[in-house]
Each structure stands twice: as structure tokens, then as C-alpha cells.
Design a protein around this ligand. Structure first.
Ligand SMILES: Nc1ncnc2c1ncn2[C@@H]1O[C@H](COP(=O)(O)OP(=O)(O)OP(=O)(O)O)[C@@H](O)[C@H]1O
Ligand SMILES: [Mg+2]
Length: 506
């Protein structure tokens, strides 16, 4: 048993951003020794509440206390001094890309070292290695953070947070970029923290894992706390209803679409060890699912097909004509677009408005005689905001100020607007809530109906089964199996995705 289990309380917290109230009288409590889920639709206010607790934002009013003692948290340093740490949702904002893994993990230490200004590099790297080891991840500590994948960056942040003697650790959507295996390891870390009496707050849109891991659940909607309950007293269904404020069934709306001629043909595409000779065909009206575990090469393949990385070998044909993809603009011109996984890095301009981001790829459409037709551009942006349910005060809001899930919707809106023929989606639903997921599936269905070709890359088996006409299983840089009709089952997908070669049933 632990000696000191903290109780962190937030009472009647209010927060507005330029007149828009993001939090209304929110009370929230978490105790040492529990894992407490904080749930809600995109833009509900989860991250804002946690940024207030961890000192990144200040509440307009309300009280925060630790074990009954009021706390004054005016900066992240204050929060850390009180033992409150946060693994932020936007990993890139919390890391220094040009520094190494080890330096990033030990980043806050300087502040605590008092007079000691000398950095002992060897001991820094040793310590960072030891921390990674205790949480069960092997990452090269001397590698630059800018060379890491999204999930590796997440691990650096987690290592940094758990390395402190924390009383309360906030995990803001840490599992979104992680594979199931990596997520399991993260849960093991959370269980260990819990056993040590640490209060863990866990934000996630993957509700099954929430139900499995958490002791209590708090649901937020429109900046308010709807309820807090022990996990055993609720269900996914009830939780989703509380999040959305209405009853909801998860479904994959699949319209019947005539599948036409091949649009995209890919032959023997290669790049290093990540993509080792891939062939695939996408027909008009067809949704091809490419499924594989994290690290199977899906992201790399999608980037090759978008011209974002260099192909070492292979050819790509669009309507039977060879296209050269040296850079993304080649792909866009040819009619191939990609909704990428890592939105902050390559999907959006965070300092630009929602409107500018959405209309950027199609600005030419609105340009006539040297002028951009503002009205038409605005109308188009508004319709995308409506269709995707993007939560923003108006179309001119900076994208960087939207909630994480709403930024993702902007990325999707941006590429959906183009009149491309081939749409590549790389894990588009990472971090979006269940309601928005359905909207996205709906829009992808509409693309197929309009005769476009869609390639949907994902490690979420349920999504792949729900949305695809045909499934390609990727493993270790290759397409190892094509599944259609009755063969498309999660057992078969898992079998081939993990390198199995048994005969397919069905
Ligand atoms: N710095 C800011 N300036 C203006 N508005 C902001 C700012 N930070 C958050 N907001 C707004 O506050 C609301 C709540 O956002 P928040 O990020 O807390 O949502 P969330 O519940 O974490 O959603 P998600 O699941 O998408 O991450 C949103 O409408 C968002 O646009
Ligand atoms: Mg958030």
C-alpha cells in the first residue's frame, strides 16, 4: 500500500477564450491510486481542463486543491512542484525536435538542479536509458527527436512524465498513435503508478480500453461535467450517450456503389526495408482497406503514393498513364491526395484560419481575374465545417486553437474538397470522437459514390472491416494477403497481419 495518496480537486472552474466559454462551472476530482477516465466529444473541454490543472492555462475562476489545501498553479513549473505532470496531446509542442531523446526526457531536470549547471552527458543518457527501461521501451537515447515516429515521440513524453516523483499524471490521448501492444505497455505503466498511489487521469476516444483500464469515468459535454461514475456502473453505450447528448449506435454507413474501371495501379513499389515491392489496384467507386500492425509500412506506402518520400523502384499509373511522383505537388496535380496521420507536421498550417486551411488546395477554383472570390471561398469553408461538425467559433479561427480532434477534421476537410480522383487516408480517425468518426465514414462513402477511388490505411480492424470493399493485409513492408467477401474477418486479418500463413477459412 502506498503511504500518501493524494486527492486532487478542481471546483467550479470557468474558462473563456475571447468570449467563448470553454468550461462552465466544472468540478472534477481524482484520487491517488485510481485511474480516472476523462471523456467527451471533440471540443468538449477535456484538454482545456487538464491544461488548467497542469499550469499551461489559468482558469478565469474556480479553485484547485491538493489534499484539501488550495493550490496556486500559475505555470507548468508550479504544477510540477506540486507533483502534477501532463503528457500533452500535441506531442510536437512539448518536444524539442533538434535535441536527442535523452535530452528531451531529462528536459525539466535543469530546473530542479538548483545551482548545478553542468550537464554530465554520460550520466544524462544513462539515466534516460534507465527510465525507458523501467517503462519497458527501448529507444536510442542519442537519436534526435525529429527523426522519431509519432508513437516514439509519445513514448518520450511518457518517459519524461513518469520519471518524476509525481502525485498526479495526466495522459491526454497517449494511446491514439500507439499500437495495441504499445498501448498495453502503457497501461502496465499506469497500473504501476496506480499501485504507487499516483492519481492517473486518462483521456482517450478508444472506449473499450477506457472501460478496461479505468476505475472511474467522468464525461464532459459542451464544457460541463455531465457525470462521474465508477466504471462498473456504466457501459460504453451509456457513456457515448452522455458524451453526445443523444442515443447513438456505431455504424458504418455503406452505400451500394457500382465499382468501375481501375483508376490507380501500383506496381512493385519499393523504398528501403519499409516498403518491399507493393502491387495494388484501386477501381473507381472502390474503397480498398490496407490493414496492418503499427510498423507494417502503411504510412510509408501512403507517403510514397503521395510523392512525399522517394520511391526507389516501381511505377504508378493513373487511368493507365504513368505518373511521376517526386513531390506531393506532383501527386496533387495528378489527382492523388493524402490525409496524413501526423496532422501537425504535414496536414495543416496551425497559424492559419480554418477557412484558409480548408480552401488552400482548391484556391484556384475561387480565383478569377487575379482575385479570390471571397464569398464563394467562405461558403465552401462553411459547408465543410458543417458537414464534418468542426467545432470552431467561426471560419476565421486559427486552426492551432481548435481542439485536437477538430484539427484532424480540418485536415480531412482540406483534402475532401479537392476534385482529386484518388484519396489516401492514413489513420484518419485517430483522436476523433465516435460521432465524428461516423461523419468521416459517411463522407468517404460519398467519395466512392462519386466514382473516386479510396485507399484507407488503418490498424483498426473494425474500421477496415466496416468500410472496405476489399482488404489488403500488410506485414513487414509487403501486401501478404488480399481478402474479400466472407474472408474479411478479424481472425483472418490478425493472422496475416502478424505474419501467419495458414489457409484462409471461408
Ligand atoms: N487557446 C485557445 N484559444 C481559443 N480557443 C481555445 C483554446 N484552447 C481551447 N479552445 C477551445 O476550447 C474548446 C475545448 O477544447 P479542448 O481542446 O479542451 O477540447 P477536447 O475535449 O480536448 O477535444 P479533443 O477530443 O478534440 O481533444 C474548443 O472549442 C477549443 O476550440
Ligand atoms: Mg483534447
Amino acid at each position: 500500500m502506498s503511504q500518501s495518496t493524494a486527492r486532487v480537486e478542481m471546483k467550479k472552474i470557468n474558462k473563456s477564450f475571447s468570449g467563448v466559454q470553454a468550461l462552465k462551472e466544472v468540478s472534477f476530482e481524482v484520487r491517488g491510486g485510481e485511474i480516472h477516465a476523462l471523456l467527451g466529444a471533440n471540443g468538449a473541454g477535456k484538454s482545456t481542463l487538464m491544461k488548467i490543472l497542469s499550469g499551461a492555462y489559468q482558469a478565469d475562476n474556480g479553485v484547485i486543491s491538493l489534499d484539501g489545501q488550495p493550490l496556486s498553479i500559475l505555470s507548468p513549473a508550479d504544477a510540477k512542484r506540486s507533483g502534477i505532470h501532463c503528457v500533452y496531446q500535441e506531442v510536437d509542442t512539448a518536444l524539442v525536435p533538434s535535441l536527442t531523446v535523452g535530452e528531451n526526457i531529462m528536459l525539466d531536470r535543469g530546473a530542479n538542479a538548483g545551482g548545478k549547471r553542468w550537464i554530465r552527458w554520460n550520466s544524462l543518457y544513462k539515466e534516460a536509458e534507465a527510465i525507458l527501461q523501467t517503462i519497458g521501451y527501448a529507444l536510442p537515447v542519442r537519436k534526435k527527436v525529429e527523426e522519431l515516429t509519432l508513437s516514439e515521440k509519445q513514448i518520450v513524453l511518457i518517459a519524461r512524465a513518469v520519471s518524476h516523483k509525481a502525485k498526479c499524471v495526466i495522459f491526454d490521448e497517449p494511446t491514439a498513435p500507439l499500437s495495441m501492444e504499445e498501448a498495453e505497455r502503457l497501461f502496465a505503466i499506469m497500473y504501476r503508478l496506480k499501485a504507487d498511489g499516483v492519481a492517473c487521469i486518462f483521456i482517450s476516444h478508444r472506449l473499450p480500453e477506457v472501460m478496461e483500464v479505468c476505475d472511474r469515468v467522468t464525461v464532459m459535454r459542451d464544457g460541463q461535467n455531465v457525470w462521474t461514475k465508477p466504471t462498473v456502473e456504466t457501459t460504453i453505450q451509456l457513456t457515448v450517450e452522455a458524451m453526445l447528448g443523444k442515443s447513438f449506435t456505431e455504424e458504418y454507413p455503406k452505400a451500394r456503389v457500382e465499382i468501375g474501371n481501375p483508376l490507380l495501379e501500383v506496381h512493385n513499389v519499393r523504398s528501403g526495408v519499409k516498403v518491399r515491392g507493393v502491387d495494388l489496384t484501386v477501381r473507381s467507386g472502390e474503397i480498398v482497406g490496407v490493414v496492418g500492425l503499427v510498423g507494417a509500412g502503411k504510412t510509408e506506402l501512403s507517403r510514397l503514393l503521395f510523392g512525399a518520400d522517394r520511391m526507389e523502384e516501381g511505377e504508378v499509373l493513373l487511368r493507365g498513364r504513368r505518373v511521376r511522383l517526386h513531390q506531393p505537388s506532383d501527386a496533387v496535380r495528378a489527382g492523388i491526395v493524402l490525409v496524413p496521420e501526423e496532422r501537425r507536421k504535414e496536414g495543416i498550417l496551425v497559424e492559419e484560419s480554418v477557412r484558409a486551411n480548408i480552401t488552400l488546395p482548391i484556391l484556384r477554383k475561387f480565383a478569377g481575374g487575379g482575385f479570390v472570390r471571397r464569398r464563394a471561398e467562405q461558403e465552401h469553408a462553411s459547408s465543410m465545417i458543417r458537414e464534418l461538425g468542426i467545432k470552431t467559433p467561426n471560419a476565421e479561427e486559427q486552426v492551432g486553437l481548435l481542439s485536437g480532434g477538430n484539427q484532424q477534421k480540418v485536415v480531412i476537410g482540406k483534402w475532401l474538397s479537392t476534385d482529386a480522383e484518388i484519396f489516401l487516408f492514413d489513420e484518419p480517425t485517430k483522436g476523433v470522437d465516435v460521432g465524428a468518426k461516423r461523419d468521416i465514414f459517411h463522407l468517404i462513402g460519398k467519395l466512392a459514390q462519386a466514382g473516386k477511388g479510396v485507399v484507407y490505411f488503418s490498424c483498426e480492424i473494425a474500421e477496415i472491416i466496416g468500410i472496405s470493399d476489399r482488404v489488403l493485409v500488410m506485414c513487414d513492408g509487403r501486401i501478404v494477403k488480399e481478402l474479400t467477401g466472407e474472408q474479411v474477418t478479424s481472425e483472418n486479418i490478425l493472422l496475416y497481419a502478424s505474419g501467419g500463413t495458414n489457409h484462409v477459412q471461408g
